[in-house]
Ligand binder design. Structure first.
Ligand code: AMP
Ligand code: GLY
Length: 420
């Protein structure tokens, strides 16, 4: 079978690495891909948001199955368009992808289906939003409705910060159209956990839990990033919590989507806050998380392509989905300066040395230049390891990180909770 994977980051590299183990996969095309993906797939330079270009590529190359991994093309309806063109595609259609693309849609769904989430109100009028903030107090959380590259959430510690965030989004056009409606919501305290699930519109099968590290610096300081590292499973997500989440969050979510006429097929990601009062939904994503995928998929013992096909065909309940014991960790190496300004084009050394039986390197922002591998993005590499426990995986990942170097490389030293 010939598979097309849409996207270019670490998540896509991890998906392709797993698909390479699937029975019957002969060719993989990745558009646009990256320097590391080029070892496992043919990279074709069509942008992930070029819907017409992607449909044309899939048709010209007789693709048997497409996997749309990033949020933007899903929200733009790439799966709808591929399916219309006769190409089976994994991922939600545009209607179902709203669960991520519109935080207002997601909040209303949760309120209607009685799913635990932060108390919130939706605003388009800045004065009304400010009056609500005065009434409910700080800290408070201001969220742009639409997709904002992971930057549309402001946690305001003071009333002034909250008011500035309201003005920036509603009047300043900080996130363009994505910020023309905002949500002001209660600040929740606890431990975060990411739960990704396979979904076929009616059945929902949670994968193992994981935890992302979104902030730039050790100790969860600095700016939010696309993710500086992750591990799986997370001990905070106990079996008791998992049962409650499945019954009171995941199944009701999938049922609500079906009842609303937009059954969800693909990967449903619930970003949870585990609070003293139970697990609350912070956000949904309509896709595999990045970097969570890099630590969850390696633990999957079953055939990923078969599961993806079952999600599309509505036969997930017949699928056997098994997970390895032990743990997995990814430490993200970034270009110094990320998520702000950084420079690219530096040679990466030590990549082969970092690979072993239990460690491997996932590429996020890299580019080939003849024999050399160059940095080409903010998040450059995800250095991964498996172990009998999460802790041994963390240790091995850091040992591998030590073997890799490039100019201005930066990474957090506390992924998995310890300082390394
Ligand atoms: P989101 O894009 O909605 O996941 O938000 C990004 C990050 O902001 C989350 O991973 C949390 O760390 C934080 N966050 C979002 N909503 C809340 C909330 N209601 N209370 C506390 N932290 C939040
Ligand atoms: N790691 C969070 C996300 O993929 O949005």
């Amino acid at each position: 079978m010939k598979i097309l994977v849409v996207g270019s980051g670490g998540r896509e590299h991890a998906i392709i690495k797993k698909l390479r183990e699937s029975e019957g996969v002969t060719d993989i095309i990745c558009a646009p891909g990256n320097g590391g993906i080029a070892d496992l797939a043919e990279c074709v330079s069509v942008s992930a948001t070029d819907i017409d270009g992607m449909v044309k590529l899939a048709k010209e190359r007789n693709v048997d199955f497409a996997v749309v991994a990033p949020d933007d093309p899903l929200a733009m309806g790439m799966v709808d368009r591929l399916e219309e063109a006769g190409i089976p595609a994994f991922g939600p259609d545009a209607k179902a992808a709203q669960i991520e693309a519109s935080k207002v849609f997601a909040k209303e769904l949760m309120q209607r289906a009685n799913i635990r989430t932060a108390a919130a109100e939706v605003f388009t009028d800045p004065d009304k939003a400010k009056a609500y903030i005065k009434k409910t107090g700080v800290p408070t959380v201001i969220k742009a409705d639409g997709l904002a590259k992971g930057k549309g959430v402001i946690i305001a510690q003071t009333e002034k910060e909250a008011e500035d965030a309201v003005d920036d989004m509603l009047c300043g056009g900080m996130f363009g159209n994505a910020g023309s409606r905002i949500i002001v919501e209660e600040f929740l305290e606890g431990t975060e956990a990411s739960i990704m699930c396979f979904c076929d519109g009616k059945t929902v099968v949670p994968m193992i839990s994981s935890q992302d590290h979104k902030r730039q610096y050790d100790g969860d300081l600095g700016k939010n990033t696309g993710g500086m590292g992750a591990f799986a499973p997370t001990p905070a997500y106990t079996e008791e919590i998992a049962r409650d989440v499945e019954e009171n969050i995941l199944q009701p979510t999938v049922k609500a989507m079906r009842d609303m006429g937009c059954p969800f097929k693909g990967v449903l990601y619930a970003g949870l806050m585990l609070t003293k009062k139970g697990a609350y939904v912070l956000e949904y994503n309509a896709r595999f998380g990045d970097p969570e995928t890099q630590v969850v998929l390696p633990m999957l013992r079953s055939d990923l392509l078969k599961i993806m096909q079952a999600c599309r065909e509505g036969t997930l309940s017949e699928c056997d989905i098994a997970w390895e014991k032990g743990g997995c960790c990814v430490v993200v190496m970034t270009s110094g300066g990320y998520p702000d300004k950084y420079e690219n084009g530096f040679e990466i050394k030590g990549l082969a040395d970092a690979e072993s039986e239990k460690t491997w390197v996932i590429h996020a922002g890299t580019k080939r230049d003849g024999e050399k591998m160059l940095t080409s993005g903010g998040r450059v590499l995800g250095v991964c390891a498996k172990g009998d426990t999460v802790l041994t995986a963390v240790k091995s990942a850091y040992e591998a990180v030590e073997k890799i170097s490039f100019h201005n490389a930066f990474y957090r030293r506390d992924i998995g909770g310890k300082i390394h």
